[in-house]
Ligand binder design. Structure first.
Ligand SMILES: CC(=O)N[C@H]1[C@@H](OP(=O)(O)OP(=O)(O)OC[C@H]2O[C@@H](n3ccc(=O)[nH]c3=O)[C@H](O)[C@@H]2O)O[C@H](CO)[C@@H](O)[C@@H]1O[C@H](C)C(=O)N[C@@H](C)C(=O)N[C@H](CCC(=O)O)C(=O)O
Ligand SMILES: Nc1ncnc2c1ncn2[C@@H]1O[C@H](COP(=O)(O)OP(=O)(O)OP(=O)(O)O)[C@@H](O)[C@H]1O
Length: 487
């Protein structure tokens, strides 16, 4: 793209050197720079991208976007000094990639729990109803069925714009983003034209980063403000009426608010819910009438998640009857209340619950069909929000027997993690076993016929991070091994 065209909307303080005629690519990582690229220097948590501008120039960068004047060969690369390079990146990426989000149906899903589940439901419902869809989130970047890896729940801004551009180039006209609070406050989604913004719920998590629930809640609210003020576009906020943040998020947008609830009348609400070990049924009351709904997704929270997904697609003109029909065939996201097939006379679920609220909901979900005991294993990560640990164990105490362990201990000792968890235990029927593989084995050794077993915290992940190394790990594999020895 011509440089003048690319920087037409960019405010900058000063130009050093002459601008190249063309920009071939935008990069924020010097290691990815190719000939003719513009390199945008960003300060990170670990290093400062400004320190890599020299390397970027050596690799062929001809324009450097920087917050300070850098000592670089003026004949090789020009510099544009900007006040804030993240804002500059947002402007440049939007122009360079041609604002693809404006031409697509873009859904953003935020909340403490349920982002992956709701995003995946929206994505799969669209595909089931013969549409094409791309999804970016914790599980990766799914380009209409072709799954690629990505590092974050909400990727950096450049990756985000590239994903939308790639989807558009593939002829895909729906894009779903799982939106993290980190991503919102760091502007990883600046410039994205969302059509539907969905809120699942807000509860204790990430306070190592946000410090207070007020700040955490505010961060999530930025998604609803991002729907913008242009009322010539039909947009909607889909909000959970059962959550106390409903009113505040509704105030953040002039666009239509579509409510959903499991507890009271709303635009979309659930009545007569029946929880089975492998299916959930409920009566859906919607603006298009009442429907008997059946889903393979399990647990109370998935009733809420299915309501959110149906409401989000209704906002884009889908018929509720079609959505209800399509939902029957959609399988749960890997590792979210996923039933592990076994011939042993007990039920094993793998779940990703790693917040107090999710743990409470996971255990309450299986109570309606409990015949014997509920055995629950909970692990939590090292070097992350420690304040939630006792509250997690407090909720885990709803189970009859609990094993306290780790998920990704990183650099923290097993003992430090399980000791924090132990502070919240409300009964004595528990064991602390830091090594997760041993913890899973121990839990399975206690299992008796008709027990319900939930392994929480790792979900779809098939590894454990110890220090900075990923080791293979699978709760279900270990559980099935013990079953083959015992049953
Ligand atoms: C703490 C944090 O948010 N870190 C994110 C951040 O990394 P960083 O700040 O360490 O980056 P850095 O290594 O300091 O690099 C700074 C700059 O120098 C550049 N650089 C660096 C090295 C080099 O040789 N050349 C070079 O140009 C980098 O490309 C970058 O532009 O920027 C990276 C690229 O965008 C992110 O992948 C990374 O997320 C890490 C993996 C992370 O764990 N983040 C968590 C806190 C997070 O964001 N989580 C939320 C989900 C939460 C949830 O709901 O569960 C998420 O959205 O994922
Ligand atoms: N609506 C919900 N309310 C409460 N808990 C939920 C809800 N949906 C899912 N959960 C719980 O949270 C776990 C993670 O679900 P999911 O991956 O959909 O959430 P997430 O917001 O994407 O989480 P993360 O940001 O950590 O990836 C599930 O395994 C389940 O235990």
């Amino acid at each position: 793209m011509k440089t003048n065209e690319c920087i037409q909307n960019l405010s900058y303080i000063k130009q050093i050197g002459s601008l190249p005629a063309e920009i071939t690519a935008l990069e924020i990582d010097s290691r990815a720079v190719t000939e003719g690229a513009a390199f945008i220097c960003q300060k990170g948590y670990t290093v400062d991208g400004h320190d890599y501008a020299g390397q970027a120039v050596k690799q062929g960068a001809r324009l450097i976007i920087t917050e300070k004047e850098l000592d670089l060969p003026a004949d090789e690369a020009a510099q544009l000094i900007v006040k804030n390079s993240s804002r500059a990146l947002a402007v440049l990426a939007d122009t360079f990639y041609g604002s693809p989000s404006e031409r697509m149906s873009v859904f953003g899903v935020t909340g403490t729990n349920g982002k992956t589940s709701v995003s995946n439901l929206i994505h799969e419902l669209i595909r089931k109803l013969n549409g094409r869809s791309a999804l970016s989130g914790t599980i990766g970047f799914d380009l209409d069925g072709d799954l690629r890896q990505s590092a974050n729940t909400t990727s950096d801004l450049l990756t985000t714009q590239r994903m939308i551009r790639t989807a558009e180039a593939e002829g895909i006209n729906n894009m779903i983003f799982e939106v993290s609070s980190h991503g919102l406050v760091e502007g990883r989604l600046w410039g994205i034209d969302f059509d539907v913004a969905v809120f699942t719920n807000l509860s204790h998590d990430h306070l190592d980063y946000h410090h207070t629930m007020e700040h955490y809640g505010y961060a999530k609210g930025l998604l609803f403000a991002q729907l913008g003020q242009d009322l010539t576009k039909k947009k909607a906020a889909v909000l959970n009426l059962d959550d106390e943040w409903f009113d505040r998020y509704a105030q953040m947008t002039p666009h239509e608010v579509i409510s959903y609830s499991m507890e009271r009348p709303a635009d979309f609400y659930a009545e007569d819910i029946q929880y089975m070990a492998d299916r959930t049924y409920y009566k859906l009351i919607s603006p298009e009438g009442e429907f008997e709904l059946e889903t393979q997704l399990l647990g109370t929270f998935n009733v809420s998640n299915t309501l959110a997904a149906i409401a989000a697609l209704y906002a884009r003109g889908y018929k509720v009857s079609d959505l209800v029909e399509a939902l029957k065939d959609i399988a749960p996201v890997s590792g979210r209340m996923q039933l592990v097939p076994t011939s042993a006379p007990l039920s094993i679920y793998i779940d990703y619950a790693h917040t107090p609220d999710a743990i409470e909901k996971a255990i309450r979900s299986v109570m309606p069909f409990k015949k014997n005991r509920i055995l629950f294993l909970i692990g939590t990560g090292g070097n992350r929000d420690k304040s939630k640990r006792p509250a997690m164990a407090q909720m885990a105490s709803l189970a009859d027997y609990v094993v306290l362990t780790t998920d990704d201990p990183r650099y923290e000792s097993y003992d430090s993690i399980t000791t924090d968890l132990e502070k919240g235990m409300l009964h004595e029927d528990y064991a602390c076993i830091g090594d997760r593989a041993a913890a899973v084995r121990h839990l399975m050794q206690q299992a008796e016929p008709d027990d319900i077993i939930i392994f929480a915290g790792k979900g779809h992940e098939d590894y454990q991070i110890i220090e900075n190394t990923k080791y293979p790990h699978s709760d279900s594999e270990i559980a099935l091994e013990v079953i083959s020895e015992r049953f």
